[in-house]
Design a protein around this ligand. Structure first.
Ligand code: SF4
Length: 429
């Protein structure tokens, strides 16, 4: 079995298909580095240099740390680095990095709060004690307090400061704690420490032995789930905001068409068959919605005419009112009104109870195919084992669905998110 890592597991959780491309199919793609990732790496390197020098008895000044950071930045910056937020330049990001370091230095100089044991330390975690489920990771800084408590430090340049509760559930450093305690069994106390450098904030958290046992069990379950999947179809496509940063957009069915068409000049873009079909559907949907709006308005007008006709017939003492080509017959009708589940839930429940208790129930009840479908799909409680009962009667047919949604930067009609079941008609599209 492969050696896993926290980022590999996160990759699977975010989008199993991306995981498939990266770790199963091992597709070769040119990975683009973003300025945020570049900033993170450069800011990361500075405390490493700072603490490495401290371990050798040398305390760098803040100006030396910043100079090291600037040199590193200059030497490694290249044109291929992608700046997603184009209103900022690489110099803006460099300044953010410098501020992060100045803030950290002011907070922790002379860096003697704990003794550094290792930097960029590789840790291996054996989840089940047999070596079958293994993970590895790198600890930014491993340190020890004077009372022996181990500190596991992580440096972050995230724009958003997470909540304490979120870090109390964080998997990465807790897994590292397991690895550290397996390496040094006498390290019974450990503290997880995140430095959010943009905010000058430190978040700390601890884990109990029971927390760590739960984490091991959950992580083993997750690995078993990944290992049980074989084919591409087993790794479902899961779109999210992260797709914009995915290196497999050219291959992924959710992004392939966008990727193929976005570089086309306008005339070729509009003539591309897929684009033309979606545009045609959008135009037709617009027309249908316009007509529906008209129909609603006409229905309302007709209701008003009916009311006026009834009033006329009453006033004139007639039951038939003639028109040029048709006539209206106005009759008294008794309308049967039953309690509705949504509007009168208590009366509805009472009626339901009475009917079920009486002998008339078979005559007035009928199958609810929606409820049965929900149970079949596992979306509803099945304490009565309905699934087993209906199994001989159910067949599963493949039906594709087409959903339309507004493109982020597209020019189509706004707001419509409609879908249609194609069933057997899918070939027509
Ligand atoms: S583009 Fe999005 S949906 Fe497709 S593989 Fe990448 S992350 Fe997953």
């Amino acid at each position: 079995m492969a050696i896993y890592s926290h980022s590999r597991l996160s990759n699977f959780e975010q989008c199993p298909r991306r995981y498939y491309y990266q770790y199963v199919a091992r597709l070769k793609v040119e990975k683009e580095q973003t300025i945020e990732a570049f900033l993170g790496s450069r800011v990361h390197d500075a405390p490493e240099k700072l603490y490495r020098d401290c371990m050798c008895g040398k305390l760098l000044s803040i100006e030396q740390v910043v100079e090291h950071f600037y040199t590193d930045w200059r030497e490694r910056l290249h044109e291929g680095i992608r700046i997603v937020s184009t209103e900022y330049s690489s110099d803006d990001y460099r300044r953010v990095g410098e501020e992060c370091l100045r803030r950290y230095y002011a907070q922790y100089a002379p860096f003697d709060q704990s003794a550094t044991l290792a930097l960029e330390h590789r840790v291996v975690i054996d989840l089940d004690g047999s070596g079958k489920y293994k993970l590895q990771g790198y600890i930014d800084r491993l340190a020890q307090q004077s009372d022996g408590t181990i500190e596991i430090h992580d440096y972050k340049t995230n724009k958003t400061l997470p909540a304490q509760a979120e870090k109390d559930q964080d998997r990465q450093l807790a897994l590292y704690q397991i690895g550290v305690q397996q390496t040094w069994p006498d390290a019974s106390e450990a503290e997880l420490v995140w430095h959010f450098l943009r905010h000058g904030r430190t978040i700390k958290s601890t884990r109990s032995p029971a927390d760590l046992d739960r984490l091991k069990a959950n992580t083993i379950c997750l690995i078993d789930d990944i290992e049980s999947r074989r084919d591409e179809a087993d790794f479902q496509v899961t779109e999210s905001a992260l797709c914009d940063w995915c290196p497999f957009q050219q291959t992924c069915p959710a992004r392939k068409h966008l990727f193929k068409t976005e570089a086309l000049p306008t005339n070729r873009f509009l003539g591309e068959p897929g684009v033309a079909l979606v545009d045609c559907h959008t135009a037709l949907t617009g027309e249908i919605n316009e007509l529906k709006g008209k129909i609603t308005s006409l229905d309302e007008q007709r209701e008003q005419v009916v009311d006026a006709l009834v009033a006329y017939a009453n006033r004139e003492g007639v039951t038939t009112v003639v028109g040029s080509s048709r006539e209206a017959r106005v009759t008294e009708q008794v309308k049967i009104v039953l309690p509705r589940k949504s509007a009168e839930p208590e009366e509805y429940a009472e009626l339901d109870r009475c009917l079920r208790a009486g002998e008339a129930w078979p005559a007035v009840s009928s199958l609810d195919p929606h409820a049965l479908r929900r149970i079949w799909k596992g979306d509803s409680d099945d304490s009565g084992d309905v699934r087993t009962m209906i199994e001989p009667f159910v067949t599963e047919e493949s039906a594709r669905q087409v959903r339309f949604r507004q493109r982020k930067n597209g020019n189509g009609m706004a707001g419509n998110d409609n879908s249609c079941d194609l069933g057997d008609k899918q070939q027509e599209v």
